[in-house]
Design a protein around this ligand. Structure first.
Ligand code: DX5
Ligand code: ZN
Length: 229
């Protein structure tokens, strides 16, 4: 993974057909996805349950590019090695998931993955200041984590701009997760984001049998995002 701030579209398989993850991953990559975003929910940190490292390992051979694993899990440290072994390129943990996020980020890099730090909408951006030299990505949640298809929280755009200024010239991605559409993507890209997660806005209208709408949706989000650069 060579660092670049070129816009990357990362469809979330939370909006895919859960009975067909391998084919869905292949379909979104064939339709122009840059990364594949994998939402792991534990029914404790967030009020929803998805899947774990075994599912990640099973889908890994169906992904050519970056597997971006978002852990909505608390406590998380005991699971990091398993997700790294499953082939995650990026592992993001939540700052709010425990008292020792610094140790968690060390563990992610120690396991050989890129370290992502996810922050909830209510978490101040200043909370990441002393962690910026330990991360490869900050994931700014623009919905409260737990479900796809929620409405974008506009107050987070100012957070993205402040975060980009804090990051300075460090090679750190800003990822946006939640409510990304052709309308909201330009707002966060103008503020300094470069990785756009999108679930419902990518998968709407398409299926494994009819994947062309995925490509249309990805291209529309990318065009709207790149138009502000
Ligand atoms: C929310 C997840 C998101 C979500 C995005 O907890 O982390 O990745 O699937 O879905 P949309 O794009 O539908 O808001
Ligand atoms: Zn996510």
């Amino acid at each position: 993974m060579i660092f670049s701030r070129k816009i990357k579209i990362a469809p979330s398989i939370l909006s895919a057909d859960f009975a067909n993850f391998g084919a869905e991953c292949q379909a979104i990559e064939a339709q122009g996805a840059d990364w594949v975003h994998v939402d792991v929910m534990d029914g404790h940190f967030v009020p929803n349950i998805t899947f774990g490292p075994a599912t990640c390992a099973a889908i890994r051979p169906h992904i050519k590019g970056v597997m971006d694993v978002h852990l909505m899990v608390a406590p998380v440290d005991a699971y990091i090695e398993a997700f790294a072994q499953a082939g995650a390129d990026v592992i993001s943990a939540h700052l709010e998931a425990g008292p020792h996020i610094h140790r968690t980020l060390q563990a992610i890099r120690g396991a050989g993955a890129k370290a992502g730090l996810a922050i909830n909408p209510g978490t101040p951006v200043e909370a990441v200041e002393y962690l910026l030299d330990m991360v490869d990505l900050v994931c700014v949640m623009t919905v409260n984590p737990g479900f796809g298809g929620q409405k974008f929280i506009h107050s987070q755009v100012a957070k993205v701009a402040r975060l980009r200024a804090m990051i300075g010239d460090r090679p750190v991605h800003i990822e946006i997760d939640g409510g990304v559409t052709v309308e909201t993507a330009p707002l966060v890209v103008a503020a300094g984001a470069d990785v756009l997660v999108a679930g419902s806005a990518v998968f709407k209208g398409g299926s494994v049998e009819n994947p062309a709408p995925y490509g249309v949706n990805i291209a529309a989000i990318r065009a709207a995002a790149e138009a502000v650069l």
